[in-house]
Design a binder for this molecule. Structure first.
Ligand code: GRF
Length: 217
């Protein structure tokens, strides 16, 4: 069955682009039913037809809760199977997260639980990490704290700057997100009691992306 995917994005939208290419090439049986943004000028919005866009500026709302409620209503209106936060840079309120609990994922540019929050690449360099990468996790009210489904690692090089590291991580984010969505939309990966399962087996560590773009325990 074709999965209905809603994407939340604040900026460039390269992860959204990767999802759309995977769909177009038959690698992901899904449909992007809506793109939602807190920044009406976000490039990500331009990747879909105007009928599939929703954008509003939080400052036009009386409160954060009011913005979240409007965003949540707009997402709910497209009846998504999955809500994918792909470069959505605004913290989601607890009510909004609970509304889509269990079906909302985020791609975060670090090997969680390391470096939650912003500036992950600079922080990985400062910490002297030998390995850095990206994680796809379920969204819970606490920032970047939900169960991690899958990760892609890249080695940190001595010549790296935050920018070169970010570029190398981004290259792996795209196959990571697609491989994770393939498993989620096929029902092969799911959460039970705060633990991720693959094909009925409990996973004790996140799935890892190999060089061929496949995920395995
Ligand atoms: C990605 O690095 C993602 O992990 C982070 O924000 C960036 C968004 O990139 N949360 P894009 O908008 O998908 O190109």
């Amino acid at each position: 069955m074709t999965a209905r995917i809603a994407v939340l994005a604040s900026g460039r939208g390269s992860n959204l682009q990767a999802i759309m290419e995977a769909i177009a090439e038959g690698r992901l049986e899904a449909d992007v039913v809506g793109v939602f943004s807190d920044r009406p000028e976000a490039t990500a919005l331009s990747k879909v037809a105007s009928s599939r866009r929703w954008a509003a500026s939080p400052r036009d709302f009386a409160s954060r809760a009011a913005f979240d409620a409007a965003l949540g209503d707009a997402i709910a209106a497209v009846t998504p199977d999955w809500v994918v936060c792909a470069g959505y840079m605004r913290i989601l309120g607890e009510d909004l997260v609970r509304r889509f609990s269990g079906r909302m994922i985020n791609i975060h540019p670090s090997l969680l639980p390391k470096h939650r929050g912003l500036d992950t690449h600079a922080r990985a360099l400062e910490a002297g990490d030998l390995e850095h990468g990206a994680s796809v996790h379920l969204v819970v009210p606490e920032l970047d704290a939900g169960a991690v489904i899958a990760q892609a690692a890249v080695p940190v090089q001595s010549s790296d700057t935050a920018a070169t590291l970010a570029a190398r991580v981004l290259e792996r984010e795209h196959p990571l997100l697609i491989a994770t969505l393939q498993l989620l939309t096929a029902g092969r990966v799911y959460e039970r009691g705060a633990t991720i399962h693959l094909d009925g087996q409990c996973l004790f560590t996140p799935l890892r992306l190999d060089s061929a773009g496949h995920l395995s325990p």
